[in-house]
Design a protein around this ligand. Structure first.
Ligand SMILES: Cc1cc2nc3c(=O)[nH]c(=O)nc-3n(C[C@H](O)[C@H](O)[C@H](O)COP(=O)(O)OP(=O)(O)OC[C@H]3O[C@@H](n4cnc5c(N)ncnc54)[C@H](O)[C@@H]3O)c2cc1C
Length: 507
């Protein structure tokens, strides 16, 4: 809720907030925020004035202690588990100028800032205790230049909105697998989106960024400008030391024939299926994306064969081709299936990005409470799938699932010089999904127990989906050693006062 709306709900509030806001807009003196908050339900923060923000008329402010604050705080996150961390002030920024004012205000007031684009990071690092949370949620515009195959994208625009806007131009982008994933955090973390095998992590398609730096200046970073920021912005995720207010990205031709094929196996066949995948995946073209899930069967399947309640091992391959014949040829080795293992069913679909997104959205229901961890592992696929089959049986709810993506070996030679630097042959993401807060402890124990089982073969984590609060080393373990060192040095140089919150536990 805007401070402007607060009085009607808060008869105990000692001053008229509408009047305060009117005075604020007019640049008149305002009582300390601490005074404004007296008598409100939530403990008031220390007494702060916000003169710089006061001069910037546009952004809505939600103050800790406003009656609507708690509702606002919870609405910032996709995950219905709202961590017990309470920013002093939430600035709903609508422009880069609003963000600059908020950063300058934070500097002047000795406060930290945290940034939120769409609040899709499971563990909620955008929510910190104290300081200013800059919500970029209103910044979701885009401009497409079909002629130059480029676009300018606001940080809160979602992948679903972006791909829908690109399709009429015959263009595409490696957007996240769910339609609601916002571009901001997704691109900063690296972004493993659709067709990443061919198009690479989405951050490789970033050509430039408009950034509010730690001094509150608006700067541009690209291959030629502010190259340190450009290096860090492609992978640093929550460790980035700036607020990105716009991404300039390169676009890709829209694949004209997207086709998916999914086998449904019994979890008891996990080892054989894993061994088959370890042989198969390196032989497939990079335009075929293969993922295995231990999940509840889709509703159509449980109805037809009476296996409701039982888990399945679903293995899906999606080909991003230019003709149906090309897609069929690419999927042919997959469709042969594992020797000696019978699938309960195989399902083929002609797809669009929209239908791919719709399918994934069903796996991530809302509103739900999520416990998630994401692990890069060097475990052999047969062993890994067998281990995860056993863990999936212990899942706290039928909606919980485990996803395993096996990656082909990277091309020979050095990879791109960007902050993103953690890869391994298999990516495992553990999703605990439940509705009832009473299941929190059980759900967390399952997620953390599964991560623990993989510990010996864990190579590292992915900042976009890992539980960064499980262990302060999660941030460091999400990068190659040299990249972590450079990132830490750059943060110290470009944000010496530590204005940006950084990785949980690292500042
Ligand atoms: C349903 C679902 C599906 C997902 N699927 C995928 C997937 O397919 N591939 C994948 O790679 N990831 C996926 N993710 C993870 C997702 O990409 C990351 O969690 C990402 O950070 C979410 O972006 P956000 O803008 O909502 O981040 P937020 O939660 O808003 O922010 C998290 C942190 O990122 C930083 N940050 C965010 N925006 C900015 C900005 N503009 N400037 C500076 N710092 C910023 C801040 O430190 C902030 O605290 C998925 C998440 C969900 C919930």
């Amino acid at each position: 809720m805007h401070a402007d709306d607060a009085r009607a709900d808060s008869p105990r509030s000692p001053i008229d907030r509408r009047d305060a806001l009117r005075r604020l807009a007019a640049g008149a003196a305002l009582p300390a925020v601490g005074a404004m908050l007296e008598g409100c339900a939530i403990e008031k923060p220390h007494s702060i004035e916000y003169p710089i923000l006061r001069r910037q008329a546009a952004p809505r402010l939600t103050l800790r202690g406003d009656p609507g604050y708690e509702q606002q705080r919870a609405a910032l996150l996709f995950n219905r588990r709202t961590p017990g961390r309470y920013p002093d002030l939430i600035v709903h920024a609508e422009s880069a100028a609003d963000v600059q004012a908020a950063v300058r205000q934070a500097r002047a007031s000795g406060m930290k800032v945290s940034i939120r684009s769409g609040g899709h990071t499971w563990c909620g690092p955008a929510l910190r205790d104290g300081g200013i949370l800059i919500d970029l949620g209103p910044m979701r515009t885009h401009v497409i230049s079909a002629a130059s195959r480029t676009a300018r994208v606001g940080p809160a625009m979602t992948g679903g909105e972006f791909i829908a806007a690109l399709e009429p131009h015959g263009l595409a982008f490696p957007v996240g697998h769910c339609p609601t994933v916002p571009m901001g955090g997704f691109l900063l973390n690296g972004g493993f989106g659709w067709n990443a095998g061919a198009w690479g992590p989405a951050c490789l398609s970033v050509r430039g960024l408009e950034i509010v730096n730690a001094s509150g200046e608006l700067v541009y970073a690209s291959e030629n400008d502010n190259t340190d920021l450009f290096w860090a912005a492609r992978g640093a995720g929550p460790g980035f030391f700036g607020a990105v207010t716009r991404f300039d990205v390169a676009l890709h031709p829209l694949p004209r024939a997207i086709h998916s094929s999914t086998f449904f196996f019994r979890p008891g066949d996990a080892r054989a299926v894993g061994e088959w995948l370890s042989e198969l995946v390196p032989s497939l073209p990079p335009t075929v994306e293969t993922v295995a899930y231990f999940r509840a069967p889709p509703s159509s399947m449980s109805r037809s064969d009476g296996r409701a309640g039982e888990r399945v091992l679903a293995v899906s391959a999606a080909a991003f081709a230019d003709s149906q014949a090309q897609a069929d040829a690419w999927l042919e080795p997959f469709i042969k299936g594992p020797p000696g293992v019978r699938a309960d069913r195989r399902q083929d679909e002609k797809e669009t990005f929209r239908s791919l997104h719709d399918g994934m959205a069903r796996l991530y229901p809302q509103p739900r409470r999520y416990g998630v961890d994401a692990i890069w592992t060097a475990a052999a696929p047969g062993e890994l799938l067998e281990q995860m089959a056993a863990r999936a049986e212990l899942a706290p709810t039928p909606e919980s699932f485990i996803l395993i993506a096996l990656l082909p070996p990277p091309p020979p030679g050095p990879g791109p010089d960007i902050a993103l630097s953690m890869f391994a042959p298999a990516f495992t993401a553990v999703y605990g999904v439940w509705a009832d807060a009473d299941l929190d402890a059980k759900g967390d124990a399952w997620v953390r127990g599964t991560a623990e089982q993989l510990r010996e073969k864990t190579v590292g984590h992915y900042t976009g989906e890992a539980d960064l609060y499980a262990d302060p080393a999660r941030g460091r373990r999400s990068f190659a050693e040299a990249n972590w060192k450079r990132l830490s040095e750059l943060k110290a140089r470009h944000d010496p006062e530590g204005i940006f919150s950084g990785f949980p536990g690292a500042s």
